[in-house]
Design a protein. Structure first.
Length: 373
């Protein structure tokens, strides 16, 4: 990698970039192509930014902030019109062509072998021939996700839904209109667009959309400026918050307190803004409390029965090598996994995976044995 040229491209002094190597900027030697990735945001460079060995740069996708009070946030940031897209519940990926190979990058800047196999199958290579510098930003969703499996979408296995378009070596995204136009032109799945609403009608319309999505077990919405001037904002359903909490308290010692606390706070703000009736408020409290205690109680009872707490997921691959590469990738990320024997299918293999929640297992066992918190 040409360090002086790279430093100039990302707007960091050469001395500072050299000092960050192997601290904030880590070398990934596998899988090919080799790359440097920014583990943390530095000097305006987003975390997850990647510099490939050939010098090409793919910036990290900007973190989207969240509205706690919907109507005040709309008035402050979208005084004219606001576009409303679905916030799909999966994991973030950026898809690019480097040399002759299309690869899928995780939010953290790793090349995910499994996601790469999926996007190579789903996305026409013509889009990269016509636009060599394009970066497709999207969400990987479906029941065969190794990270966030969901069966609430019309997806049989795993699908890539585009929600933004960027360019190599460019920090900005191209916005709503360009994204949906490109998705239609090349037959790429795109996150649903519910409409563009006038500021006065937007709060009530968005509330209806979010309530419906919640009843369907879906996550929420992303609010975008049709002119692509204001940064997007996200807003989630109560049901999604509680689903996240149910998962987090199942593995309570493996998830950070910020993850848990922020979701409880969202419920408080939403209950007040939506002016819950007494019945609605009690239902919200019950939903919230059950999501915390029911899953945690399940964990405690299983450990008391000497069972090991695991998260069970499954993937569907075309090639067995993809499964072995994913196992190596997960272990490299520090995730303890056990891969089951591949089960042959007509169009590939089903592989069941157990992800071991070691911290929760150890902490729960110690509490059961009388240790103090």
């Amino acid at each position: 990698m040409d360090l002086p040229k790279t430093a100039e491209s990302v707007g960091i002094s050469l001395q500072r970039l050299e000092g960050m190597l192997e601290r904030n900027v880590k070398l990934s030697r596998w899988p090919d192509p080799r790359l440097f990735r920014f583990e943390k945001a530095v000097s305006g460079v987003e975390a997850g930014t990647v510099i490939f060995e050939n010098g090409e740069i793919v910036y990290g996708y900007p973190k989207i902030k969240r509205a706690m009070m919907l109507e005040p946030a709309l008035k402050r940031f979208f005084p004219d019109k606001v576009a409303v897209e679905e916030k799909m519940n999966g994991y973030n990926a950026r898809v690019v062509r480097i040399g002759e190979d299309v690869v899928a990058l995780t939010r953290g800047g790793f090349i995910c072998p499994y996601s790469t196999e999926v996007v190579r199958e789903r996305i026409s290579p013509q889009v990269f021939r016509d636009h060599p510098d394009i970066v497709l930003c999207g969400e990987m969703v479906g029941p065969h996700s190794p990270y966030v499996p969901k069966d609430v979408y019309p997806v049989d296995s795993l699908e890539f839904y585009i929600f933004d378009v960027a360019r190599k070596a460019k920090k900005d995204v191209q916005g709503l209109e360009s994204t949906h136009r490109l998705a239609e032109e090349y037959g790429i799945e795109c996150v649903p667009l519910f409409g563009v609403f006038d500021a006065g009608k937007a709060p009530e319309e968005i509330k209806k959309i979010v309530e419906r999505l919640g009843r369907e077990g879906r996550e929420g919405v992303v609010l975008k400026d049709p002119r692509n001037v204001v940064r997007p904002i996200k807003y989630t359903s109560s049901e999604s918050n509680c689903t996240d909490l149910r998962f987090a308290f199942r593995y309570f010692n493996d998830y950070g307190r910020d993850f848990i606390f922020s979701r409880v706070v969202r419920e408080g703000f939403q209950a007040v803004e939506w002016n819950d009736s007494e019945k609605e408020f009690r239902e919200r409290c019950l939903r919230l409390g059950e999501s915390i205690l029911a899953s945690m109680g399940e964990t405690i009872r299983e450990r008391m029965a000497q069972d090991t707490i695991v998260q069970r997921v499954q993937i569907k691959v075309k090639r067995l090598q993809t499964a072995w590469d994913l196992e190596r990738h997960l272990r490299y990320m520090g995730i303890r996994v056990v891969f089951g024997q591949p089960e042959p299918l007509d169009d590939g293999y089903l592989v069941r995976i157990e992800k071991l929640a070691m911290s929760t297992n150890d902490k729960t066992k110690s509490m059961i044995e009388g240790d103090l918190w």
